[in-house]
Ligand binder design. Structure first.
Ligand code: IPD
Ligand code: CA
Ligand code: CA
Length: 259
């Protein structure tokens, strides 16, 4: 089986762990930062992915949100994994969470898989080969921002960014049809990638939130950069903005003035 298909098969199987979860709230533990939690299922999904993906790809290194200590991004192959993106939704039974598996090759995105088991939507991409939702090729929309939907994340674990996040959301609400806040950065990036929305921004994310989604989005013809307009990094946290070209242009004009 081709490597991407093997990753997809593992991720689909991991989705079953999310769907069969019971008494989630009894397994919740607090992490550092505001309203930041982990459940036993985040750890279970991560352990499953590490184990199965190491079988598929023995040479790869692993970075994962729920790992105690992560290695730096190295040369060669590195998986960057968010076992459950949208943990708050997951805890509440809100059914808008996913598994996000990015694979870097020499520091650059090489493969990406984002799976929302509730909708059975498997987003995937391989560098240079386009992006897919299940078996269908996807593309960002061609709409102007004023005819578009803006997705945003509130950077919830970083209270100091709340006011600016909501001011930006207001500015972009005024310049679009409407705004949405889903609770999963990886799902947001995929929704822009398949043309359901035109822009996504969040003022602070970790590489596991966007490693897979960034490749899916760029392979779908979209653009992604740091919130201050620089090239995306996979080595540390950063603000992220992504969209079709027209929407990103508006971001560049508007966002730098909003404090
Ligand atoms: C979070 C989600 C959320 C975003 C946060 C992320 P987690 O990931 O993607 O939408 O606003 O910034 O940290 O903690 O649920 O894996
Ligand atoms: Ca996440
Ligand atoms: Ca997570």
């Amino acid at each position: 089986m081709e490597l991407l298909q093997s990753i997809i098969a593992v991720v689909r199987k991991a989705g079953e762990i999310m769907l069969s979860a019971e008494h989630i709230e009894e397994t919740v533990e607090e992490k550092s930062g505001r309203a930041n939690y982990v459940t036993a299922y985040d750890k279970k999904v991560q352990a499953f992915l590490f184990d199965r993906l190491a079988g598929v790809f023995p040479d790869a290194a692993f970075i994962g949100e729920e790992k105690e200590e992560n290695p730096p991004v190295s040369e060669g192959y590195v998986f960057i994994i968010d076992p459950i993106d949208g943990t708050t939704n997951f805890m509440k039974g809100y059914c808008a969470s996913c598994i996000s598996v990015g694979l870097l090759k020499d520091g650059q995105p090489y493969m990406g898989v984002v799976y929302n088991p509730y909708l059975d939507e498997m987003f995937s991409a391989e560098k240079g080969r386009g992006a897919f939702r299940n078996e269908s090729k996807i593309h960002v929309s061609d709409h102007e921002l004023k005819e578009g939907i803006v997705l945003f994340g509130t950077a919830p674990y970083n209270e100091e960014l709340s006011k600016r996040s909501f001011s930006l959301a207001y500015e972009f609400f005024e310049r679009s049809l409407d705004v949405r806040r889903s609770g999963s950065a990886a799902i947001d990036l995929c929704n822009v990638a398949c043309g359901r929305a035109e822009l996504y921004f969040e003022l602070l994310l970790s590489p596991w939130d966007y490693a897979a989604g960034a490749l899916i989005l760029t392979e779908a013809g979209g653009k992604i950069m740091t919130a201050d307009g620089k090239e995306l990094t996979y080595e540390k946290k950063c603000g992220v903005v992504a969209g079709n070209e027209k929407a990103l242009q508006v971001w560049t004009e508007v966002a730098s003035d909003i404090r």
